[in-house]
Ligand binder design. Sequence first.
Ligand code: HEC
Length: 257
Amino acid sequence: MIKATTLALAGAAMLGLSSLVQAAGSGFPLESPNIDVGNERSLQRGARTYVNYCMTCHSLSYMRYARVAQDLGIPPKMVEDSLIFAVDDDGKPHKVTSMMESAMSTEYGKQAFGVAPPDLSLTARSRGEAWLYTYLKSFYLDEGRAGLGSNNAVLKGSAMPNVFWQMQGTQAPVYEEHDDGQGHVSKTLVGFEPVTAGTQSAQEFDKTVTDLVNFLSYAAEPGQERRRSMGMWVLLFMLVFTGLAWVLKKEYWRDVH
Ligand code: HEC
């Protein structure tokens, strides 16, 4: 009994701690996207955005084009024609059986950005979908950052350029000032105001980013749909089996009692 309570308490403490760590990350409120990895069309759109806007710099080293084609219901020929732009070291285009590796080497990435663009295979799981979604939407103009001209609300000082500036449009930060009563004023970033319009409306852009995060969530665990549907059957089986076992137990013990 004591053991169970201690375990429950430890579990609760750990849950509390992990949410604190997340909040402590940047303090900027995270927005949760509507993720549905069962939505094939959304995943297809996300994959297209990914190869067009992210793959020059980031790899998905655990993912093969062929697996994506199969899971997302895209004919392999179409994948070759419309998803594969990357080339290998000899300049040959990637094959459908290749891993979704970026052509940029870690060394080059470091030189160009100061930080090599990380592999994004597991980012949807390690950072969480809400973090990823908010990160991609919260690049803002920052004159102080030479070369980039932008900053990010979730990952302060991110070395990544704002790749969506044309699609989303640009935005300026909005700060809230806090006076602690002793003449000390601190600023907190609370939101954005649009500066230039993008090629997509705000709603369209939200959808583009949702599809992209949906794809990255799928990529982080391609089997999650199967896991969930299998889980239901396993639970159902356990339920039926418990019933059977109970009936059997009653049958066995009838003569003893
Ligand atoms: C021009 C190169 C470039 C492109 C294109 C690019 N990124 Fe990045 N990205 C970077 C660099 C460099 C970093 C490292 C930032 C840092 O740590 O300061 C980064 C960091 C990230 C991170 C943070 C990872 C983490 O856990 O810290 C995410 C998420 C990310 N990129 C997603 C994307 C997505 C999605 C796209 C496509 C829409 C994209 N990036 C396009 C260069 C790029």
